[in-house]
Write a protein that binds this ligand. Sequence first.
Ligand code: ASP
Length: 320
Amino acid sequence: MADMMTRSPIDERIFTGSAAMPQIAAVATWTFGQIAVRAALPLLRQGQSALDAALAGAQAVEDDPTVQSVGYGGIANAIGAVSLDACVMEGRTLNCGGVAGVENIRHVAALARRVMERTPHVLLVGEGARLFAVQQGFPLETLHTPEAVAQWYKERPKAAPPGQPPRLGPGHDTVTVLTLDQKGSLGGVCTTSGLAHKLPGRVGDSPLIGAGLYVDDTAGAAGATGVGEEIIRSGGSFFVVEQMRAGRSPQEACEAAIHRVNAVAIRRGVHPARVAFLALDVKGRIGAACTTNTNFRYAVNKGDQTVELRTAPEIAATPR
Ligand code: ASP
């Protein structure tokens, strides 16, 4: 673990953030983001790319069976299948890839990277994505843990009355990891099992470039978590990045995006939509904001030994 490492003279330069070494940073959504930033940090220190580090962080969360909304042990959909969504993006090249509705593959963020690197496409879904995974040598495995199966049985979806929308279960959350490497480049990864008890075939914001994630070295990186339908509808992460391009700080950009989500949700009668954004720019500045009643927490490491857990400000809708 990064925390246990003894510092070398090179580490010392990173820790003190001296001019000799550009600042590195890793941020990730929710308390389980701590697992991600701990896994990402050693790679950033070694000089590996922002995307390598973000992927290592996301994968550590995918591997953790106690995280109930990502990867192995993720929350099942309405028919009890664990169906995963993920995407990756590189800020230097704007290369990106995503996979959606993938069953039986644990490391969907790594699979999204293969889509980026080994296909002419950006997004593969369902059975096609799974076939591609098999071709790429990813093992097929069950993603159900005994605990997750027991929980699904306990809370399993009841049929909605005729004409009513299906009922979703409690719980969701995505790990979105944003990183800044020694070369001053940004990377981002998003991975989730999505909304609990979602309809089979439902795709949220998390595998969609521009919705769940957008990364551009010339403007900044942003990721989202929360109700994917509202994030997609408001242009989520791309909106945050474009705010930074227009000169807003990462914090101002996230707050502007939440104001937009609030306005859309009020117009549609679904306020308050539970949505949060996280952002990072090439100067290592961090921003985060969420809608009311979201209690969005995120993990931060700016190259020192401590992983800090911060709480984002909740932005109330401004009356018109
Ligand atoms: N955004 C995810 C989705 O809608 C869920 C979450 O991050 O809470 O699938």
